[in-house]
Ligand binder design. Structure first.
Ligand SMILES: [Zn+2]
Length: 274
């Protein structure tokens, strides 16, 4: 039997090694835009995806009950078409995402927002499409950006930070299906997934990867610059763009996007020849 202090040291070393191993991972391949930061991933992808699915299902049920779920018509078909083309390109960043159960939700509400949850659960609001008068290229760069957050598992990183701070209890995360505890846990996870502002670093990663997805899918990556100008203009008007509260922008963003164009423009040109 080892002395108690040695056992404690070994336990601490094991915990530290686990955290280091978890921290020394990148969820995605770099692509031409070259995103390869190591990530802190303490909570399993399965746990986060399960909680996100509970939340996505609830969101869709609520929208349906309110008569706001748009599951047909030209706007919905446009979104599905763009999503279908982008989904075919996700293998450049991670192979497993090709097999995700991708879904598109369109909610009829005057909200300037869009998201993509873990496992490929895309949500758009009609307010974003109509008020910003988005064309297909613009929808593609926004959707590409959102898909990049999901591929990169930025939400899981946020949840991992909260987990490290003990904000989410293990009990809540392992709650039984359909229990009140599970829905509560799902709401907490959703808070970290969708409501907290992304870091500048996450935004920069999603911008680059989103542009690459759009370009490979045959959408003009230059549309990103128009989108951000429209978004900024809309946020100066009466209605704040919710998108900007979770996707903080700054003055250098448009310049940074411009600097990425030489990397992604050849992909766009190549895709148009196919
Ligand atoms: Zn973002």
């Amino acid at each position: 039997m080892k002395p108690a202090h040695l056992r404690r040291h070994l336990q601490l070393a094991a915990v530290a090694a686990t955290i280091l191993l978890a921290a020394c991972a990148s969820t995605t391949k770099p692509g031409v835009v070259g995103v390869q930061r190591q990530q802190l991933l303490l909570v399993s992808a399965d746990t986060v995806e399960r909680m996100a699915l509970v939340n996505y299902t609830q969101q869709n049920q609520k929208a349906k009950a309110a008569g706001r779920l748009v599951a047909s018509g030209s706007e919905f078909e446009r979104l599905k078409r763009v999503a279908g083309r982008l989904e075919k390109q996700v293998g450049v960043f991670r192979d497993d995402a090709m097999k995700w159960n991708w879904q598109v939700t369109l909610i009829d509400a005057p909200i300037l927002n869009a998201s993509c949850g873990p496992g490929g659960k895309i949500t758009f609001y009609t307010g974003l499409i109509r008020q910003l008068k988005l064309n297909d290229d613009e929808i593609a760069v926004i959707m590409g950006h959102e898909i990049a957050h999901a591929l990169r598992e930025h939400g899981r990183e946020q949840v991992s930070k909260a987990y490290a701070q003990n904000a989410l209890t293990q009990a809540a995360l392992t709650a039984a299906p359909d229990s009140a505890a599970q829905i509560e846990a799902a709401n907490q996870v959703a808070h970290y997934l969708y409501e907290l502002p992304n870091s500048r670093q996450n935004e920069s990663e999603a911008d680059g990867m989103g542009l690459e997805l759009a370009a490979r899918a045959g959408y003009n990556p230059n549309a990103a610059i128009a989108v951000w100008k429209k978004m900024n203009a809309a946020s100066n008007g009466k209605q704040p763009a919710e998108f900007l509260s979770t996707h903080p922008s700054n003055d250098t963003r448009i310049a940074d996007l411009g600097a990425l164009m030489p990397k992604v423009a050849p992909l766009y040109e190549a895709s148009r020849k196919n």
